[in-house]
Design a protein around this ligand. Sequence first.
Ligand SMILES: [Zn+2]
Length: 178
Amino acid sequence: MPAHTSRKSVGLANGHTYPFRVGRSRTGLGVFATEPIKKGTFIVEYLGPLLTNKQCDEIPDNRYLFEVNARWTIDGKGRSNVARYMNHSCSGNADPVIRDRRIRIKAIKNIKPGEEITYDYGKDHFNAYIKPHGCQCDRCRAKRRKHRAEVRAANARKRKRAARKLALAAAERSQSPR
Ligand SMILES: [Zn+2]
């Protein structure tokens, strides 16, 4: 990509500009809105050569293969496919829409400038590439935080109970007749 990164939106050879920039995210690179994006807007197309699923079986696996239907897959690993920088989220603000062997990413929520644009990669990709490392999306991080807090609270309750039992035992010992 040419040195357009300081501009508000990423410039393209055909003069088209995107309402987002590629920048640093929690998991590496991500896509961030540079202007408000209305729910229902098509944000970007997922671009790459169209391969038959049979051809896909013959090339080395890559995480940017996006199956369009039972017959076709788009190989989105090319760097000009900026949509490949969009990260997965279990509660994303965008969604891929597949039609006529094309994949376009559509906003499913109103997106504010600065917000990361994410979509749900789907179960197969999640299980193969994301689950093994633990999902880093906001929802999963919040879930893990909540779980850790619950474990901490349960441990604190256990410790308190144990302390009470010890105090009781000590009191009983000091009261027992000799
Ligand atoms: Zn998640």
